[in-house]
Design a protein around this ligand. Structure first.
Ligand code: ADP
Length: 292
């Protein structure tokens, strides 16, 4: 049973930004969602786990591998799809994956060919294997990114902000592929998109200002807000008044009018209706309470 154990990781950048603030968390097999607004520290954590940068203090282990002290061992069992997977030379999809397999230490040519063909089929790019990756669409590039992350039977797969720039169809296909992979290994999906986590993850954490502000299942987080989320359509001009009178966690335009969500034990005033909490409510509530 694979387990990733992160203990008291800290990182302050030279400009004084504390990107990791005593981060401790345990992650087991399956899809794990790491949610947080831009700047929360997600990429710093992902890059640290991928051994691309070092923390100031703390430890991280994947079963018997000490990630920070045995980076070479870790890289053998890691699949990493960075935020920007932008190595797209003018070579074909087959050639690129073959090359990356060499770098991962798969030296037998026949074995490599079998693996590359298998991965191309898995990400549905086999028909395009002889085309230059440079000309691929955003979704096809993401699939090449996933294929390369699967080279060498990784036990830990890290996917950083994966669905930015994908159209809805591509996003669905990408989700299905991740869900299939995620049953067998640890997959960490780092994202600011709440829907990605809702659709895919059984466990999640929320990060804000370098801290873990929630760690648990999406359903526990939803249960904790039961009966406390109220919705109202208001006029644009009333927004500030509502914000100063009530605990407004979100406002968004629905049919041309702002619709606010308020957290309250009791009905805030006439015109509010109680709604079932959604993961976005969870996200904004946890972020807001950690901003104070
Ligand atoms: P996220 O992935 O959640 O958007 P990041 O880990 O990229 O968050 O960034 C966390 C914080 O650290 C942000 O305030 C960001 O501006 C800062 N930061 C990230 N990388 C660097 C760096 N190399 N130098 C200085 N500050 C950085």
């Amino acid at each position: 049973m694979s387990k990733l154990t992160i203990t008291k990781l800290n990182k302050t950048y030279p400009n004084g930004v504390k990107a990791l603030d005593d981060v401790s968390i345990e992650i087991g097999k399956g899809m794990f969602g790491l949610l947080g607004p831009n700047g929360a520290g997600k990429s710093t954590l992902m890059r640290t786990l991928a051994t691309l940068q070092e923390p100031d203090s703390g430890t991280a282990t994947l079963d018997d591998v000490d990630i920070l002290n045995q980076p070479v061992e870790l890289r053998k069992i890691l699949g990493y799809l960075p935020q920007e997977f932008s190595v797209y030379p003018k070579i074909t999809a087959s050639q690129l994956l073959d090359h990356l397999a060499v770098l991962k230490g798969i030296s037998n040519r026949k074995e490599r060919k079998q693996l590359v063909d298998y991965l191309l089929q898995k990400v549905n790019l086999y028909d395009k294997r002889k085309k230059s990756v440079k000309g691929f669409s955003g979704g096809m590039k993401q699939r090449v990114g996933i294929a390369q992350a699967l080279i060498g039977n990784p036990r830990l797969i890290i996917v950083d902000e994966p669905t930015a720039g994908l159209d809805p169809g591509e996003r669905n296909r990408f989700h299905n592929l991740l869900a299939e992979v995620g049953e067998e290994v640890i997959v960490i999906l780092s994202t600011h998109i709440v829907d990605d986590v809702r659709e895919l993850c059984t466990k999640m954490a929320i990060m804000n200002f370098g801290k873990i502000v929630y760690n648990g299942t999406p359903s526990e987080a939803l249960d904790a807000l039961n009966g406390q989320v109220w919705r109202k359509s208001i006029e644009r001009a009333e927004k500030e008044t509502y914000k100063s009178n009530y605990n407004v966690i979100s406002d968004k335009m629905v049919g041309g009018k702002p619709q606010i969500h308020v957290i309250s034990e009791n009905k805030p005033d006439e015109g509010f209706v109680q709604v079932a909490p959604n993961l976005e409510d969870v996200f904004f509530t946890r972020i807001q309470s950690s901003n104070h």
